[in-house]
Design a protein around this ligand. Structure first.
Ligand SMILES: C[S@@+](CC[C@H](N)C(=O)[O-])C[C@H]1O[C@@H](n2cnc3c(N)ncnc32)[C@H](O)[C@@H]1O
Length: 197
């Protein structure tokens, strides 16, 4: 949070080290090391305007930056909503204030709860899993029955260096639950879909 406050919204070079799949991470930018890479934020917004989801679920809002980029896509579509959760109450309060100060709050439902307890009504068209890396697989398994079979599942931090999310995605693919594609970004991003289409 301190890094985000010091940067005051200005872009910094991406901090993540090179991986075989992404040998030049310095070509990417970031606001801080917790918020998704700036280019990934742009991708999230573009994905929302491309597939026009009715319901987006995000796990791990942090300061609400990715939540706001997704909401910007929803606003452009003039439809849909995002439900996001942040476990840490102090971080949640900051995200809540940021969202309230934006013109996007009507598109967002932000909850101070764990992704592993969050109850979602209805069919999820886009799931962005970006909470604690160790529980990402549990999150996906939890929300999978509610996923639109044509919907998209994104798992952040899936680089070969970070391992845990990448391995979780490959395991779920091997179990026949998901079809996965790895985008070679600095921190890694899985784009997946339910297998039972
Ligand atoms: C990488 S940051 C999210 C960054 C944010 N999505 C963005 O790109 O702007 C991960 C966040 O997940 C939160 N978190 C960790 N475990 C969680 C859980 N079980 N449920 C909800 N949030 C969680 C952390 O407190 C942290 O703020």
């Amino acid at each position: 949070m301190r890094q985000a406050e010091q940067a005051q919204g200005s872009l910094l070079p991406e901090y993540h080290r090179a991986t075989p799949e992404c040998p030049h991470p310095d070509r990417w930018s970031m606001y801080d090391s917790m918020t998704a890479e700036a280019e990934v934020l742009e991708f999230l917004r573009t994905l929302v305007t491309t597939v026009k989801p009715e319901l987006v679920v995000e796990t791990g809002a942090f300061l609400g930056v990715s939540t706001l980029w997704i909401a910007e896509g929803l606003k452009r579509n003039n439809r849909g909503k995002i439900v996001s959760c942040e476990l840490d109450p102090v971080v949640f309060a900051k995200a809540q204030a940021k969202i309230a100060a934006s013109d996007l709050s009507s598109w967002i439902e932000l909850r101070n709860e764990s992704s592993l307890e969050m109850q979602i009504d209805g069919v999820i068209d886009l799931l962005f899993s970006d909470s604690d890396m160790a529980i990402r697989a549990e999150e996906i398994r939890r929300f999978l029955p509610q996923m639109n079979p044509h919907g998209l599942i994104l798992m952040h931090d899936a680089s070969s260096h970070l391992k845990v999310v990448r391995e979780a995605a490959l395991k779920m693919e091997a179990e026949g639950l998901l079809s996965v594609v790895f985008l070679p970004t600095p921190r890694g991003l899985v784009v997946a879909q339910r297998r039972d289409r």
